[in-house]
Design a protein around this ligand. Structure first.
Ligand code: NDP
Length: 284
């Protein structure tokens, strides 16, 4: 029997509806605001920023976009971020990566004050995630957990195998799964016997960046497979890191690409921005 398809688009839509209701409840004086900083002309980044703006508009979050030219200096970006840090309309600051090479990304990310770091990239928020304390968590891993919870997947006690150890997806996803009481294995390019390790997974997270890398033989019968990958094939098709058709014959549940994790990332950004506005209100 083919796997149950986890519909990220529908789950993300539910999250957005929830955010919209909460934004309305907050009222105009506490309306959440998100600022996006984009440096240069990376086409994918421009699309992401446009989609984020549209999503904000749909749920009533104020949004502004700061599009700076490719040759912008680090000092100019830092000064913009510092201005946004002080701006009371803004509750979330998103610096679209990658930045041009003359700009030190880590320095920029750590200049965003942790209270407005809705991407969860500041070292303080990274530390809070490790310590399982209240803070901002990167949106894609947060979206993965939301997908699992919304699909009523039992995380506690499950063996979760995360393939990929990046700071924005693999590592934070592994930590969140651990905080939800999974037994977690993290794999990477130096892992030995990867197929064998993957076959032990009740929950398999693929965050590799290699098209259709996870084959049917790497998946246990009935496993929940979450495909984070977004890869463009030479023929223009977008596929995930999982070889979807064969794997869905063996998995118990699976996310498609597109329409799985992708829509959740933006939904979680909206949720984090709302959360930031609520925390600010609580503190006032
Ligand atoms: P990175 O390139 O930063 O990390 C990839 C990870 O995969 C690394 O840890 C790497 O190991 C590991 N890896 C690479 N090759 C192998 C291999 N042969 N066997 C085992 N592990 C391997 O990618 P990201 O984490 O940023 O992104 C992963 C994927 O998710 C990409 O396709 C990206 O486009 C997508 N993505 C999707 C998002 C969404 O919204 N849906 C958001 C962000 C990313 P090592 O550390 O040893 O090099």
């Amino acid at each position: 029997m083919p796997a149950k398809r986890i519909d990220g688009k529908a789950i993300a839509q539910e999250v957005r509806a929830r955010v919209k209701t909460e934004v309305e409840k907050l009222g105009p004086s506490d309306r959440p605001g998100l600022a996006a900083v984009l440096v240069g002309e990376n086409p994918a980044s421009k699309i992401y920023v446009r989609n984020k703006r549209k999503a904000c508009e749909e749920v009533g979050i104020y949004s502004e976009e700061h599009h700076l030219p490719e040759e912008t200096t680090e000092a100019e970006v830092l000064s913009l971020v510092e201005r946004l840090n002080q701006d009371p309309k803004i509750h979330g600051i998103l610096v679209q990566l990658p930045l041009p090479k003359q700009i030190n990304e880590r320095k920029v990310l750590d200049t965003v004050i942790p209270e407005k770091d809705v991407d969860g990239f500041h070292y303080i928020n990274v530390g809070k995630l490790v310590a399982n304390e209240k803070g901002f968590v990167p949106c894609t891993p947060l979206g993965i957990i939301e997908l699992l919870l919304a699909s009523k997947v039992e995380i506690a006690g499950a063996h979760a195998v995360v393939v990929g150890r990046s700071n924005i997806v693999g590592k934070p996803a592994a930590l969140l799964l651990l905080h939800h009481h999974a037994t977690v294995t993290i794999c990477h390019s130096k892992t030995k016997n990867l197929p064998e390790v993957c076959r032990q997974a009740d929950i398999l997270i693929a965050a590799i960046g290699k098209p259709q890398f996870v084959k049917k033989e790497m998946v246990k019968e009935g496993a929940v497979v979450i495909d984070v990958g977004i890869n463009r094939l030479p023929d223009g098709r977008i596929v995930g890191d999982v070889d979807f058709d064969p794997v869905q014959e063996r998995a118990g549940a699976i996310t498609p690409v597109p329409g799985g994790v992708g829509p959740m990332t933006i939904a979680m950004l909206l949720l984090n921005t709302l959360q930031s506005a609520k925390w600010k209100k609580e503190k006032a």
